[in-house]
Ligand binder design. Structure first.
Ligand SMILES: [Zn+2]
Length: 334
C-alpha cells in the first residue's frame, strides 16, 4: 500500500494519480480518457426490463472470431449510471454539498454530480456535458441460459380462500452469478474527480427494478486504461471474451462461468487491445491497481482524509465555475 497521508493533497496516492489526470478541470475538451473496466457480477436475481415482463435483449455476433449470432441480455446504460449517480448524490447530501440540487428538475450546476455527469440548462444557467461516457453492457452468454421467469402470485385477500386466480404476473429475471463486463470512461477529469466517480461505482450495490428486494451487484474493478482514445467498447470486450471462452476451449454454453477465470481473460483482452491501439495506452491492473484501491480505502475510511479530498474537489469545482462564467457572459454580449 502507498502510505496515505491524512491530507489528500499530500498523499502519495494523489501524487501517483496526478500523473494520469489534470490538476484542474480543463476548460476545453482535451480527450484524456480513463477507462474503468469492470466485471459486474449479479449476486442475486435482477430485473433488467425497461418496462413489462421481458428482459432487454439484442441480437449480436457471438465473438469477433466466432461469427454465430446470439441474443444477449442488455444492461442499459441508464440502468448502470442512474443508481451510481444516486449514491453520489446521497453522499453529497450527507456533506451538505448539494442541498439545492434537484435531480432532473432543477439541477444546481455546481455540485460534483452536475459537473461530472452533466446537466442541461434550466433558466439560462448554462450546461455541462457529461464527462462520464457509458454504454449498454452485454451478457457474455446468451439470454436463454441466463434468464429465469418468476411467477409472482399476488395474494388478493378480497377473494375467498385468499388466492385470486387472475392476480399473478410473470417476469423475466437475470439469474445470480451472471456477469456483465462493462467499461465506464472518465474524460478530462482531475484525480479528485476520478475518486468521486470510483466511489459511486464501487459502493453502489443495487441495480434494476425492485432493487429493494433484489438486483445486488458486485462491481469488480479489473483494470484502468489511460490514453487519448477509447480502445474498447462493451460489445467488443464481451465478444473477445466469448472467443477466448468458447473458441480456445471446448466448453458448453450452459456451464456457469468462473469469476477468477473471467478476470484473467479480460486482462488478456485488454493487453491484446493495447497492442492493437494506434495511440499509446497505459494499463493499470494487478498489483498496481490493488495498491491504488487499498490506499483509496484508507482515504474513505479516515474522516480527516475524506474531508480533505472533498474540500479539494469543491475547490476545483469553484475555480472551474469562476473560469467558465466570464466566457458565457461574453457570448451573451454578441
Ligand atoms: Zn447539482
Amino acid at each position: 500500500m502507498l502510505t496515505t497521508h491524512l491530507d489528500w493533497n499530500q498523499s502519495e496516492i494523489k501524487e501517483k494519480l496526478d500523473r494520469y489526470f489534470f490538476n484542474e478541470v480543463p476548460l476545453a475538451p482535451q480527450r484524456q480518457y480513463a477507462q474503468i473496466v469492470l466485471l459486474r457480477e449479479f449476486e442475486s436475481t435482477a430485473v433488467l426490463t425497461t418496462e413489462g415482463q421481458f428482459l432487454d435483449v439484442e441480437l449480436v455476433r457471438g465473438g469477433q472470431t466466432i461469427t454465430d449470432t446470439l441474443s444477449r441480455v442488455l444492461f442499459q446504460k441508464r440502468k448502470q449510471v442512474a443508481p451510481e449517480r444516486r449514491t453520489g448524490r446521497a453522499f453529497n447530501r450527507s456533506f451538505g454539498i448539494n442541498e439545492k440540487c434537484q435531480y432532473m428538475r432543477k439541477m444546481c450546476g455546481e455540485c460534483p454530480d452536475c459537473l461530472l455527469y452533466g446537466f442541461a440548462a434550466t433558466e439560462g444557467e448554462g450546461s455541462q456535458r457529461s464527462r462520464i461516457l457509458t454504454d449498454s453492457g452485454f451478457s457474455i452468454r446468451p439470454y436463454e441460459v441466463i434468464q429465469r421467469s418468476i411467477t409472482l402470485n399476488a395474494i388478493d385477500d378480497t377473494t375467498t380462500g385468499g388466492v385470486s386466480g387472475s392476480a399473478f404476473a410473470e417476469r423475466e429475471h437475470i439469474r445470480p452469478q451472471v456477469y456483465f463486463p462493462t467499461i465506464e470512461t472518465a474524460v478530462d477529469v482531475t484525480s479528485s474527480e476520478f475518486l468521486y466517480i470510483l466511489r459511486n461505482i464501487l459502493t453502489t450495490t443495487r441495480y434494476g427494478a425492485e432493487s429493494q428486494r433484489q438486483g445486488y451487484i458486485r462491481n469488480i474493478p479489473v483494470a484502468i486504461l489511460f490514453g487519448q482514445s477509447e480502445i474498447l467498447s462493451n460489445l467488443s470486450l464481451v465478444q473477445h471474451l466469448y472467443d477466448k471462452l468458447y473458441c480456445d476451449q471446448n466448453r458448453g454454453i450452459e456451464t456457469s462461468l468462473d469469476r477468477d477465470e473471467l478476470i484473467e481473460l479480460i486482462k488478456q483482452v485488454l493487453t491484446d487491445a493495447q497492442s492493437q491501439s494506434y495511440l499509446p495506452v497505459q494499463i493499470m491492473m494487478n498489483e498496481e491497481l490493488e495498491q491504488i484501491l487499498s490506499s483509496i480505502r484508507e482515504i474513505w475510511k479516515s474522516k480527516e482524509a475524506n474531508d480533505s479530498w472533498l474540500q479539494q474537489l469543491q475547490k476545483e469545482h469553484q475555480t472551474y465555475k469562476k473560469k467558465v462564467k466570464p466566457k458565457k457572459e461574453k457570448k451573451e454580449e454578441k
